[in-house]
Design a protein around this ligand. Structure first.
Ligand SMILES: [Zn+2]
Length: 146
């Protein structure tokens, strides 16, 4: 079970990643090849480009990558994508092991944090659902546009 302090730390790291990338509160669309950039920036964390992750979670993914390095997570992750049913981020690795339980808990913390971040623009969001469409993490603006 992840502690409240750890959850606060994860949200702080995501905000810091966004500020360092965007330089302010306005959303800056990441370059089209951002998954390649993440793979090349954190080669010990990502064995492949996490290219299926929605753009709005790119700052979350950068914060996670840096955090994983700090926790000694090397070469475990190969994909990050949106769960089509729950709308939550899945950060996937090739195999499960318990050699780094703290990294496993931390990854879970980032996945949980994704539901409060718009999948489109990275602004504060919430899980939303209209009619029978799948649940998605969206801000007020992008929820209106659904
Ligand atoms: Zn949005």
């Amino acid at each position: 079970m992840i502690s409240t302090d750890a959850v606060i730390d994860i949200h702080r790291r995501i905000r810091a990643a966004r500020l360092s990338r965007c330089g302010g509160d306005e959303w800056v669309q990441p370059p089209a090849n951002w998954a390649k950039i993440i793979r090349e920036s954190w080669p010990l964390v990502w064995s492949q480009e996490p290219s299926r992750c929605p753009d709005g979670w790119v700052d979350l993914l950068m914060a996670f990558s840096e955090h994983a390095v700090e926790l000694g997570g090397g070469g475990l992750y190969h994909d990050a994508f949106e769960n089509v049913i729950t709308g939550k981020l899945v950060i996937q690795r090739f195999y499960d092991d318990d050699r780094n339980g703290r990294l496993f808990e931390t990854a879970h913390g980032y996945q949980t944090a994704s539901v409060a971040i718009c999948r489109v623009c990275g602004e504060a969001g919430d899980l939303r659902r209209i009619d029978h469409r799948p649940t998605r993490a969206l801000c007020d603006d992008h929820f209106q546009g659904v």
